[in-house]
Design a protein around this ligand. Sequence first.
Ligand SMILES: O=P(O)(O)OC[C@H]1O[C@](O)(COP(=O)(O)O)[C@@H](O)[C@@H]1O
Length: 249
Amino acid sequence: MASEENDAPIWISDDGPYVVVTDPLDGSRNIDASIPTGTIFGIYKRLEELDDLPTEEKAMLNSLQSGSRLVAAGYVLYSSATILCTTFGSGTQTFTLDHSTGDFILTNCSLEIPRRGQIYSVNDARYFDWPEGLRRYIDTIRQGKGKYPKKYSARYICSLVADLHRTLMYGGVAMNPRDHLRLVYEANPLSFIVEQAGGRGSDGKNRILSLQPVKLHQRLPLFLGSLEDMEELESYEDVQQRVNPGYEV
Ligand SMILES: O=P(O)(O)OC[C@H]1O[C@](O)(COP(=O)(O)O)[C@@H](O)[C@@H]1O
């Protein structure tokens, strides 16, 4: 098991069939203000061909599997309702916690992201640190001059799970264009879910699930959303924020 909160993976048992990668509490800076937070997880099969390697080495290599090998992924959103969203590689499902019984009730057996939305989600205080392509894209959709001739609205909670959940429900794009979010714990599981809902997950140039992680805590730009919005965004090419000066809030 590898957690965003630990430096190295933990080898739990020699015969466990699965490898779990998790960000146990995403959006933690929002907790004191009672803003929604989330948990993200991805599940791989244990690579049995590595069984004879030393424990630390096989724990690391098992955790660095490409997102294309995920067998399941999910997130939990802690909000006005507690929602569990999952994929096992054949569509995306949502479950809602029934507080009276403690059960998660299946509330949508096939969640599909709209092909187009009218919402973009980004921390746009960073506008002047963005590359030209991203500025042009956002300026264009704000003015209703994109391929979808409607003026887009902005929504940004700064809790990745909540921003993604809204994007899955209403469509559009959720992004963090700087090297901030983690490939292993965040980008891969969430891209698997978005793809299984009919959308796309990208670093602005490449499909997230086709990337090979090289470091456990590797960070990258992340863009998730509706197919048509994502295609339009990527057509601007220069959308990854290269300067990352460090922001205190
Ligand atoms: O400061 P930014 O670039 O807006 O980043 C906000 C993003 O960082 C997160 O808080 C995750 O960051 P941490 O992993 O450091 O907690 C996301 O929930 C949120 O989408």
